[in-house]
Design a protein around this ligand. Structure first.
Ligand SMILES: [Fe+2]
Length: 361
């Protein structure tokens, strides 16, 4: 059993400003990597700039990360960072900017050579990365994973290099002005991380405890996610922490079949990541041993399987997934034996077919 979690986590209200000293020691100029607007709108970019200025550290901004960032985009980010002689990277945002920040930090250490991104034989060295999440699903702030869109393969794919941030700064205040739909989508992603991790063959007592701690936090926000309660500061804090716990779990175990299937839906239909995972999550869990299903659903705050399923239906109902897209997802994941065998319960072709199509093969 090996548990590896090298990320220093700073948690709490105004944590970026309060821990400004934590930004020093990595370099003299930061490349800040964000999406187009949310890092500015939620105040995280301003906080990070203030912390850097307090520490007399320079910075330059690359704010061109799109949803599901491509290899081309991270190459441009790396070129921008190299041109500005940045020597560390700060990702602010959801999974897309954080994953992009890791890939950019890798590329900058390899002279911007994008052919090395998916070459497992090269050294995984990267510039230091700091992460400030502004959504509550990715967990990317505490994983080594960077998933990029690979147009050549018409899907999303993790780079083979594990690039853990040096530090993560969690502050629920960044969720305050986020659209409810985005919070729901990312909270479904965090739930998928926890349930998939728990059922992983690589799960151990540490990763399972992270899942249970995460689910206990997540369930406190469920009334808000269901639209039955107004959120307060605590709601946003618990969602941010649950997402982080979920990230520490998948950092050990990886994700499972719902995530593998989701990448095709996201690439083909531009379906957001959380709903794309949620689309398969209930049928995936339905094949787990009954006792574990009951245990996990109770820990997540659901009354029963039907309640869980209808919550997910509500989260994904606006997305129509054509049969040919499902077929492509099925055909792709069917060949991914490592992913299928990585689950503690049996996922053979028949089970996979039922997870994807809700029918017998
Ligand atoms: Fe995910």
């Amino acid at each position: 059993m090996t548990y590896y979690m090298p990320v220093k986590i700073y948690d709490g209200k105004d944590t970026v400003i309060a821990n400004h000293q934590a930004f020093s020691g990595y370099g003299t100029k930061a490349l800040i990597v964000t999406g187009r607007s949310s890092a500015k709108r939620c105040g995280a970019l301003q906080d990070v700039c203030e912390a850097l200025e307090t520490e007399n550290i320079g910075w330059t901004l690359f704010d061109e990360i799109e949803e599901n960032p491509s290899v081309e985009t991270v190459s441009r980010g790396s070129a921008a960072g190299l041109a500005e002689a940045a020597d560390f990277v700060i990702g602010i945002g959801g999974g897309s900017p954080l994953d992009a920040a890791k890939a950019i930090a890798f590329l900058m250490k390899h002279n911007g050579d994008a052919t090395k991104l998916y070459d497992a034989s090269v050294s995984p060295d990267a510039l230091p990365v700091l992460a400030v999440p502004t959504t509550c699903g990715t967990g990317s702030e505490v994983t080594g994973v960077s998933v990029l869109t690979v147009h050549e393969k018409q899907t999303k794919q993790s780079i083979p290099h594990k690039i853990f941030p040096q530090a993560a700064f969690l502050d629920g205040k960044y969720l305050h002005d986020a659209p409810k739909r985005m919070i729901l989508n990312t909270a479904v992603d965090a739930l998928a991380h926890m349930l998939e991790s728990f059922e992983s063959r690589k799960a151990d007592v540490f990763s399972m405890n992270a899942v249970l701690n995460g689910l206990t936090l997540w369930r406190a926000a469920l009334p808000y996610l269901r639209g039955e309660a107004e959120p307060d500061d605590e709601t946003f804090s618990v969602l941010m922490r649950a997402s982080c716990y979920a990230g520490t779990a998948i950092a050990q175990t990886g994700t499972s079949v719902p995530h593998a299937l989701s990448y095709i839906l996201t690439y083909t239909l531009q379906m957001p990541h959380g709903p794309a995972c949620g689309y398969f999550l209930d049928r995936f869990l339905s094949f787990a041993p009954e006792k574990e299903q009951a245990f996990l659903l109770q820990a997540s705050g659901f009354r029963d399987f039907r309640d869980f399923s209808s919550f997910l239906q509500n989260a994904v109902k606006e997305y129509d997934v054509p049969a040919e897209t499902l077929q492509r997802a099925y055909d792709t994941v069917k060949q991914n034996t490592a992913r299928l065998n990585g689950c503690r319960f049996t996922i053979d072709e028949t089970v996979l077919h039922r997870i994807v199509f809700n029918t017998e093969a």
